[in-house]
Design a protein. Structure first.
Length: 74
């Protein structure tokens, strides 16, 4: 089950991660967020963000131009 869907399409770096961070603060550990983004730096930024904060990227799909990720919060 996805707890929150976040549409970051059209936002450029660093805004997808900024919006994801804001959204994550409103949720609890174990919640899942689905994020859609078009920024080319989204994947490496997301990986660094998740690694730094201990979150898990459960899914990542690159269906150009939209990238979609499902993250489980730690």
């Amino acid at each position: 089950m996805i707890d929150l869907e976040l549409n970051c399409e059209g936002l450029n770096c660093p805004m997808p991660i900024v919006e994801l961070t804001r959204a994550a603060r409103s949720l609890e550990s174990g919640n899942r967020i689905e994020v859609r983004a078009t920024d080319l730096a989204f994947k490496p930024d997301l990986e660094a963000w998740a690694r730094r904060l201990g979150h898990t990227i459960e899914e990542f799909h690159d269906d150009e131009p939209v990238q979609r990720a499902v993250i489980r919060l730690s």
